[in-house]
Design a protein around this ligand. Sequence first.
Ligand SMILES: C[S@@+](CC[C@H](N)C(=O)[O-])C[C@H]1O[C@@H](n2cnc3c(N)ncnc32)[C@H](O)[C@@H]1O
Length: 217
Amino acid sequence: MPQVKQKRFDEMKTLPNVFEWSDYNSSNPFPSGTWSSKIFKNDNPIVLELACGKGEYSRGLAELYPDKNFIGVDIKGNRMWVGAKDALDRGLENVRYLRAYIDHLDQFFIQDEVDEIWILFPDPYINKERKRLTSPKFLELYRKVVKKGTVINLKTDSDLLYEYTKEVISNEGLKLLKDIPDVHKKHKDHPELSIITYYEKIHLANGKTSKFLSFRL
Ligand SMILES: C[S@@+](CC[C@H](N)C(=O)[O-])C[C@H]1O[C@@H](n2cnc3c(N)ncnc32)[C@H](O)[C@@H]1O
């Protein structure tokens, strides 16, 4: 492993705002159900950012909404290190990072623990529908940890994922709340949509448009 990557991996173990799934096992179970009482020490809503990459969106939301708690989830520790360090440097108390597979979300949160979900520029997985984070399989998983009627927000550059997600929303009879085909033409009333992630920056530079969907589970 390159030296910089190894250094980040080692440092992740010491960052107080990072939780790594690999540190827990049957004799040291993950403290699911205690994010409010033991970690954030308040009753503010808990918002997840799935596939958070470098974690800049969770950090940005945490600055915009100090009365909410944010948790960025991703499996790539090298990327997550960037956001976790930045959040610490800025002294943000309302954001944490969880290095884990999203596929195991129900091991890290209990039913009704999560109030909202954001997913930014996830891989569209052109040939692997089941891996898409808005597939029926993942929505079923989210239902195990969210409150009834939780809002899911998706921002994507992918026409395939955008159309696919609208199809899932319709097939499952879910309520579509917002559908913005080009966020950067019209986002003035959504300050959170102006936070630009690492992947969004790349897509915009390549002339792609950012699309936004928000729906109720
Ligand atoms: C294209 S990147 C987007 C990162 C970030 N949201 C952004 O906009 O810059 C997709 C991220 O999803 C993560 N990811 C994809 N599937 C995952 C899964 N099942 N569990 C955990 N992380 C996953 C990858 O590790 C990667 O960091």
